[in-house]
Design a protein around this ligand. Structure first.
Ligand code: ZN
Length: 227
């Protein structure tokens, strides 16, 4: 005998899990929280729940495994000394790009910039116009003030330095990375098999018209050819 509560209220049935992040052994991160403030890093930070993976990251890329404060399972981090790692990407399905706005209890607005897509919490709205503005500057304004979604880009890959260790995930909300996506998507779908790429943190600096000096690190994915 099984419970009938979902037959009487199908909307309450748990949604199938998003499996994009399943089976990964660690995450490459381009930032860190200092107190409650996110700070961009100039070298990759790797988090994992597996001490052996942490040891291997330190061996390959420098740094020391240490525990960090998180409620998630990947509670070991390595602040590496490496700006660029060579990766192998399985194909187009290893890259997930979408726009996402999260609230306290989970996703509120998941879209492709124009329409609600899979992962959006209201099933009956999927495929419908999401109402995001057309202009990039307005999208950025709304995202900044927490009223609209920001980029939610995830890439699954293996490290060419140690492919056997398993799959890693890199997730980013970088608007700069969004500019690279068309070329990246084209290269991944044109490739016949896995492709090799560099996953980099690149230093950017410039002066605004108003004379303000801006510098930051941005994630960059550069395709190198067949893996
Ligand atoms: Zn939208």
């Amino acid at each position: 005998m099984s419970l009938r509560i979902f037959e009487t209220d199908p909307d309450a049935k748990p949604k199938t899990r998003n499996t994009f992040a399943d089976d990964i052994v660690g995450r490459f991160r381009s930032g860190i929280l200092i107190g409650r403030r996110p700070q961009a890093l100039s070298e990759w930070r790797v988090t994992t729940d597996d001490p052996d993976v942490a040891d291997r990251m330190a061996e390959l890329y420098g740094g020391t495994p240490e525990e960090w404060d998180t409620e998630k399972s990947d509670n070991v981090q390595v602040l590496t000394e490496t700006k660029s790692v060579s990766v192998a990407i399985e194909g187009a399905s290893a890259l997930r790009t979408r726009m996402a706005l999260y609230g306290q209890a989970g996703p509120i607005h998941i879209c492709d910039g124009a329409f609600f897509i899979e992962g959006h919490p209201a099933d009956d709205e999927i495929g419908e116009a999401c109402g995001c503005p057309r202009e990039l500057t307005k999208r950025k304004e709304q995202a900044k003030s927490g009223r609209g979604p920001k980029p939610d880009i995830s890439l699954r890959f293996r490290l060419t330095d140690d492919p056997e260790i398993g799959l890693f995930l890199f997730s980013s909300g970088s608007w700069s990375l969004v500019n690279d996506l068309p070329e990246l998507e084209r290269a991944l779908s044109a490739a016949d098999g896995p492709v090799k790429a560099d996953l980099k943190l690149t230093f950017v600096e410039y002066d605004t018209k108003a004379g303000r000096h801006v510098e930051y690190h941005r994630p960059e994915i550069t395709i190198k050819g067949a893996a």
